[in-house]
Each structure stands twice: as structure tokens, then as C-alpha cells.
Ligand binder design. Structure first.
Ligand code: AGP
Length: 589
């Protein structure tokens, strides 16, 4: 995920640089590892870019000094290539006369790059994006006009994109969209195009949303859009006025980032799986390490630990010696040659996880990391790295990143043991169905649980890590005490708390509903209020049970436990995005 902004005006001025900077600040939540700006004026295209935040790069590169009648601005969330000065957008062609910014991923960029290099094009970054300006350059060289060259470049891409391009000599911003957001803002003699509405909201409220597969250009007074098949779009019918403030608009209509991010889970899972599928060389190496390892030690903190525990159970069931290790307890394990560490962390900066890998690595272990933040400290210290590609997560509670951790781990598991890993291609649809089917159930359960003092979350087998995650989630955002136990273990002590109305949430992935039913009956007999989240096979006997038909129960159940926690917090009037005492990234031991 990255943030992009384009502005076009009739007059050349430095004022546009200020508008670009302020738009980038509002887009920074979409990516924050590097920033770049391109201006187009009478002296041609100028690009200034660097690693860092909007504020740092603005100062370092003296962005306010730039002048032009067109500006492009980009704030990056690295996907291909480390966050560095040279990988920052905009990217240019060989001549520096074409500049491009992009949000998305180009799956066939390696093939395109090889072809362009064989034609003599020189690349200066590791990004997938850089193929776009070179493609435009190549098509112009072959005699096409600017728009036809832009269209041909876009048609060559396989992947997701919101792309903006400028070409020296053209008073137009060219744009195209597939799977990533792009919205036009219509001003007075000045037009805007960005990843989202807040970017230009202080300047105009007249907007036009670009649909998937559309391509076109923007002048300072007009918009031209056509579909990729050439059909011209009637833009006037699309214009509407928004009545939002900036804060509301960055949540895209959702009340909180947490709920927005839960709803982003299907896309996040799609991106996770497609990225793994396009990087099978690395996947194969990691899977071979898993097969060969004497022990696989899986470490993480909080939510990431729960994803790790899930993977550890999968490995153990295949006869692999696996140790699930809460990262902060790393000193309890002595590493040795032959150990493989799998470190899981959304931020990639959690100090406990870093300490764990540093110690075990110094004792001879190899390290595989699964992080969301590209080139984070944990990724840098690993022998092999996988990225979740969930996009930035603003809510402190991990939601879409947990689901993508589980998706990545399921992929590794399926690939390692010769299961049907290709079936995960459709996993995003199951996540989407689960969200659509359970919102009402989750709201009702969340509101009921919010009124309680204590809750048990129980599960067996692979459902246990999900029960643990369900308890953590509701506890952290709604401040209701929740504890998880293996369901069979509950009768060895925890059941003594259960009396009339005590809430017990059972997680049932469909593997052992008969055994779970026994535990349900035990809780019921003591007056417990029973909620069951079931996939594939029902438990029955519950006060309230939701049933999901799913090939990947963990992926379907994950958003349901998150939605319950969200609605519990909201019903208590709490802000689930900023739970008290918690930080998104924990860099203290
Ligand atoms: C998740 O909802 C929590 N906020 C927390 O447990 C988190 O998962 C933990 O701090 C680990 O963070 P990481 O994935 O960035 O390493």
C-alpha cells in the first residue's frame, strides 16, 4: 500500500509543492518508509525523493523550492525493493522525461524488466514500478502518441495498480487503476487525483471515483476516462459532492481503523497469497529448511505468537519437532545447529522477537522471518524473509495482519507437506464470505459480552490458538477480562467460575465437534451462556452458534473473533483504535 497524489494547475508555481506536501501528510498512513515528489514545469521534469517520513524528506530535499504546473507526490509502503532513496517513487525512464508513481504490485515485472533491458533500457531501482516509465518510453520511441503509449504500457502489466504518469511537454496527468484506489478531485482551474479523498479534501469536495480497469488523463479543467476496451466513460454522471471531514474520510466511511482493517482482510489475504505464489523459489528454500531442520522454533509476541502456535501445531501433527516460543521467554530455549527459527512479527521491530532471534542465531540456528513491514529490523537479521503484504495497519489491535500471518503459514505448511497449496488462491473469498455472513452475529455477541466481567474462550486442537487470539482481542480493546483454555482442560479448574450467565465462547474449526459438545454440555449444566463459532460442522446445544462453510476454517474464524471484539469495544463507547496502555510497536523489553 502506498499513497499517491497528483495536482495539475494552469499556472506554474511553488504553491503546488505546498499542496503536495500537505496531501502527502494526510496520505502518510498508507505508507511511511520513503517519499518523493516530481514537478513538471517550463524547465521539464524534476524529481526529488528520499527514504524517510514526509516531514524529513520535505526538509532534506527542500521540496517547497520546487515549482511547476503539475506535481506528483508519493509516500511509499515498500513491496518490491528495500526502503531506500533510489527505490522511492517517482521513477523515471532513461531520459528523465517521464515520471511515474504507483500503488500496487506488478507480478510480471521481472519478465518486463528483462525484456526492456535487452532493448537497452537502464534501470536505477529494484522496484516493480520502474518498468512503467520505461515501457511508456519504449512505446513512444516506436511512434505512439503519449496516451496510446501509456495505454500500451498499462496493458502490458499483470498485477494491481493505481498509476499516475507525467510526460515532459504534456499538460496532462495520465492515470490507470486496477485493484487499488484512485479518486479525482475537481477544483477551480486546478484538478487533483489521489489514493483517497482526504488527500485533496481541503481544496475540493467535488469528487469522481475511478473504477477498476479504467484509464485516462486529467488536465487542469477536464477529465477523460475510458475503459481498457476503449469505451469512453461519461464522467459527468459520476461526479458527486462529499460532505466529509478529513478524519472521517481517511477511514473511508468506516467509524474506526479497526473495522476498516478487518474489512480489508480479504484483499490483504489475496495479496499475501499472490505474493507467495510469485516467489516460489524462496518458498521452496524455506520449506526445504523446515523439512531438514532438527527442530523448528516458532517465535512471536501477542497476536503473532498465536499465529505461530497455530503453525507449530500443524508441524507437530506432521511429526516435525516444533517449539512454540513466546518471544519474551526466549532465554528458556538453548539454540543449536540444525534449529530453524520462524520469527513472526507484524512490525518486524518487536524487541522481544529480535532478542529471541539474536540469541538463537548466535547459538547456531537459521532464521526465517514473516513480517509485514518490509526490511524491518527482524527481516534484516533473517536468513530468509517472507512479507505478509497486508498494507499498513493503523489500529493498535492486529486484525488483517493476523489473518495474513495465518494465510502465509498455511501456505508454507501446504507447500512443505505436498498439500493443495494452490487452493489458497481462493482463500480471500472465504474470508470475505465470513465477514459478510457474521457481522450481525458478531455485533450481537460483542454487545452481550461487553456487559460481562469475565469470559472464557475455549477450543481444541487447531482452534486453541484462535481461542487465545479471540480472548486477547476482546480483552485489549473492550477491557473485559477474557481467558482462553483448551476446552478439555477447562474442567480441571476454570469451570469453578462458571455460574448462571457466565459467557463461554467456543471456537470450533469442525475437527472435533463431538468432543467440544461434551464441554459445551458441562458449561451449560452450570448455567454458562454458550456462544459457538463453527466452521464446517456444528456443535449444537449452544445459546447462539454461527456456522461457516469453509475450506480454511482458521481464515474464516479469524475475522469473526475480531468483529466480536470490535463491537464489544464500540458498545462500551471505547476507541478500539487506541486501547489504553498499548502501543502498536513494542520496542522495550
Ligand atoms: C495485537 O492485537 C497486539 N496489539 C499485540 O499483541 C501484538 O500482536 C504484539 O505486540 C506483537 O507485535 P508484532 O506482530 O508487531 O511483533
Amino acid at each position: 500500500m502506498c499513497g499517491i497524489i497528483g495536482i495539475i494547475s494552469s499556472k506554474e508555481s511553488k504553491k503546488l509543492s505546498e499542496i503536495t506536501i500537505s496531501a502527502l501528510k494526510r496520505l502518510e498512513y498508507r505508507g511511511y518508509d520513503s517519499v518523493g515528489v516530481a514537478s513538471l514545469g517550463s524547465k521539464g521534469i524534476e524529481v526529488r525523493k528520499a527514504k524517510g517520513t514526509v516531514e524529513q524528506v520535505t526538509l532534506k530535499k527542500k521540496i517547497p523550492e520546487m515549482s511547476g504546473y503539475i506535481f506528483l507526490g508519493h509516500t511509499r509502503w515498500a513491496t518490491h525493493g528495500a526502503p531506500t532513496d533510489y527505490n522511492a517513487h517517482p521513477h523515471t525512464d532513461c531520459s528523465g522525461r517521464i515520471a511515474v508513481i504507483h500503488n500496487g504490485t506488478i507480478k510480471n515485472f521481472k519478465e518486463l524488466r528483462a525484456e526492456l533491458e535487452s532493448l537497452g533500457h537502464k534501470f536505477s531501482s529494484e522496484t516493480d514500478t520502474e518498468v512503467i516509465p520505461h515501457l511508456i518510453e519504449e512505446f513512444i520511441k516506436r511512434g505512439m502518441d503519449s496516451f496510446t503509449a501509456f495505454k500500451s504500457a498499462i496493458k502490458s502489466l499483470d498485477g494491481s495498480y493505481a498509476v499516475l504518469a507525467i510526460i515532459d511537454g504534456e499538460k496532462r496527468i495520465f492515470f490507470a487503476k486496477r485493484d487499488n484506489p484512485l479518486v479525482i478531485g475537481l477544483g477551480e482551474g486546478e484538478n487533483y487525483i489521489a489514493s483517497d479523498i482526504p488527500a485533496f479534501l481541503p481544496y475540493t469536495k467535488r469528487i469522481l471515483v475511478i473504477s477498476d480497469g479504467e484509464i485516462g488523463f486529467l488536465t487542469n479543467t477536464n477529465v477523460y476516462i475510458e475503459e481498457l476496451n476503449g469505451n469512453v466513460v461519461d464522467v459527468h454522471k459520476r461526479i458527486r459532492i462529499v460532505d466529509w471531514d478529513v478524519e472521517t474520510a481517511s477511514k473511508e466511511g468506516y467509524a474506526h481503523f479497526m473495522i476498516k482493517e478487518i474489512h480489508e482482510s480479504p484483499k490483504a489475504v489475496r495479496d499475501t497469497i499472490s505474493s507467495l505464489m510469485s516467489d516460489l523459489d524462496v518458498v521452496e528454500k524455506i520449506c526445504e529448511e523446515i523439512r531438514q531442520a532438527e527442530r523448528v522454533i516458532i517465535t512471536g509476541a501477542g497476536t503473532s505468537y498465536h499465529a505461530g502456535l497455530y503453525f507449530s501445531l500443524l508441524l507437530t501433527r506432521e511429526g516435525i519437532t516444533s517449539i512454540p516460543l513466546i518471544a519474551s521467554e526466549y532465554y528458556n530455549v538453548k539454540g543449536k545447529k540444525g534449529d530453524l527459527i520462524i520469527a513472526i512479527s507484524q512490525s518486524g521491530e518487536t524487541i522481544d522477537v529480535l532478542q529471541a532471534i539474536r540469541k538463537l542465531k548466535s547459538e547456531g540456528a537459521k532464521v526465517v522471518s514473516i513480517t509485514n513491514v518490509i526490511e524491518s529490523a527482524i527481516a534484516r537479521e533473517s536468513d530468509y524473509k517472507i512479507y505478509m503484504r497486508a498494507g499498513p495497519e493503523i489500529g493498535v489491535a492486529a486484525t488483517k495482519t493476523f489473518t495474513t500471518q495465518v494465510a502465509s503459514l498455511l501456505f508454507l505448511y501446504s507447500y512443505t507437506f505436498g498439500k493443495d497449496w494452490k487452493a489458497l488462491k481462493d482463500a480471500d473469498k472465504e474470508v470475505e464470505q465470513a465477514i459478510n455472513a457474521t457481522e450481525g452475529f458478531a455485533k450481537r455477541v460483542g454487545e452481550e459480552l461487553a456487559k460481562k466481567q469475565n469470559i472464557y474462550y475455549l477450543g481444541r486442537g487447531l482452534s486453541l490458538p484462535l481461542a487465545m487470539e479471540g480472548a486477547l482481542k476482546i480483552k485489549e480493546v473492550s477491557y473485559v477480562h477474557a481467558e482462553s483454555y483448551p476446552a478439555g482442560e477447562s474442567k480441571h479448574g476454570p469451570i469453578s467460575l462458571v455460574e448462571n450467565g457466565f459467557p463461554v465462547v467456543f471456537i470450533n474449526d469442525g475437527e472435533m465437534p463431538e468432543l467440544l459438545k461434551n464441554n459445551v454440555m458441562e458449561m451449560k449444566a452450570r448455567g454458562g451462556k454458550i456462544y459457538v463459532i463453527s466452521a464446517n460442522r456444528k456443535v449444537g446445544e449452544a445459546d447462539l452458534e454461527i456456522f461457516l462453510n469453509s475450506k480454511f476454517p482458521a481464515l474464516s474464524i479469524s475475522p469473526v473473533i475480531q468483529l466480536i471484539a470490535y463491537y464489544a469495544a464500540v458498545s462500551k463507547g471505547l476507541d478500539p483504535d487506541k486501547p489504553r496502555n498499548l502501543a502498536k510497536t513494542v520496542t522495550v523489553e
